[in-house]
Design a binder for this molecule. Structure first.
Ligand code: HEC
Ligand code: HEC
Length: 226
């Protein structure tokens, strides 16, 4: 897998073969290599939900993107789905086999960002991006690959009409959005998006002073009612 996004599209292509999906280039010339490392190595949007949403979009199902992002944000990864499906007899990868879940501490990203997702996981498991389990299986790649499989299956379920109840944003973030991101009646400064605010805005002095998080962007003289 050159990137989670390409790996996912490759899996979808194989799952749908033979079909027009065969015309999509995979492997090192994949259209989707850009998605690796959170797009161009920036650690922004994780390549897996990026690839999944792209596939859904190509199937005319772009409205399902928010469910994919919600599932990615709030699910403890890795799950044991790949372990359950793993069959050494039919496994084709020469690079890596799934690391059993009993040796891992799954983490909830609470963010769609590659940076947050991977960093929390590496910290919780005490590993670097390159550390292996001693048998050559890289912990970081194990998680990325399992998430790609998990979200590919999730996307197929969504397309088949399986219902999914979104976790939604936390109560705290919902409050922030109520003032900062409510279109016409937003306060200034207005913001875009529904990522968990507290992941980045953690200035405790501002919380104490104003009853909400601030941090970044200069002073916060008071919590003015909107
Ligand atoms: C991934 C990190 C991240 C998340 C998540 C995030 N922000 Fe930010 N936000 C920033 C950064 C970085 C800036 C720019 C700060 C600066 O340099 O001034 C910013 C800027 C802002 C600003 C403008 C500050 C100013 O006056 O310049 C507001 C308001 C804001 N964010 C609110 C929110 C709200 C509300 C949420 C949740 C819905 C949120 N942010 C989620 C990182 C984040
Ligand atoms: C009751 C409305 C209201 C709520 C709720 C609210 N804010 Fe604000 N926020 C404001 C207003 C008004 C300003 C600009 C005036 C000021 O600086 O006090 C502001 C400014 C900011 C800034 C600009 C930087 C700074 O510190 O001055 C950030 C960042 C911010 N809010 C983040 C958040 C986050 C994160 C939450 C949720 C935890 C939140 N706000 C909830 C009204 C609100």
């Amino acid at each position: 897998m050159s990137a989670a996004a390409s790996g996912l599209v490759e899996a979808m292509q194989i799952a749908h073969a033979p079909s027009v999906w065969d015309e999509i280039t995979i492997g090192p010339t994949s259209w989707f290599v850009y998605g690796g490392g959170g797009v161009g190595g920036t650690g922004s949007l994780c390549g897996v939900p990026n690839g999944v949403c792209l596939v859904l979009n190509m199937c005319g199902q772009h409205s399902l993107a928010s469910k994919v992002m919600d599932y990615y944000t709030w699910t403890p990864f890795p799950t044991n789905a790949v372990d359950l499906a793993y069959d050494p007899e039919t496994w084709h990868s020469s690079k890596q086999v799934p690391i059993p879940l009993e040796y891992l501490t799954p983490t909830v990203a609470e963010s769609p960002l590659c940076h947050v997702s991977i960093s929390k996981y590496c910290a919780a498991n005490g590993v670097t991006l390159a550390d292996t389990d001693g048998q050559g299986n890289i912990y970081k790649n194990d998680r990325c690959a399992k998430i790609a499989c998990d979200l590919a299956a999730f996307a197929l379920e969504l397309m088949q009409g399986v219902s999914y109840t979104s976790h939604g944003v936390s109560a705290q973030t919902s409050t922030c959005i109520g003032c900062h991101n409510s279109s016409a009646d937003s306060v200034i400064p207005a913001t875009q998006g529904n990522m968990e605010c507290a992941g980045c805005h953690t200035d405790e002095a501002v919380i104490v002073q104003n009853g909400h998080w601030g941090g970044g962007g200069g002073g916060h003289p008071g919590n003015k009612p909107k």
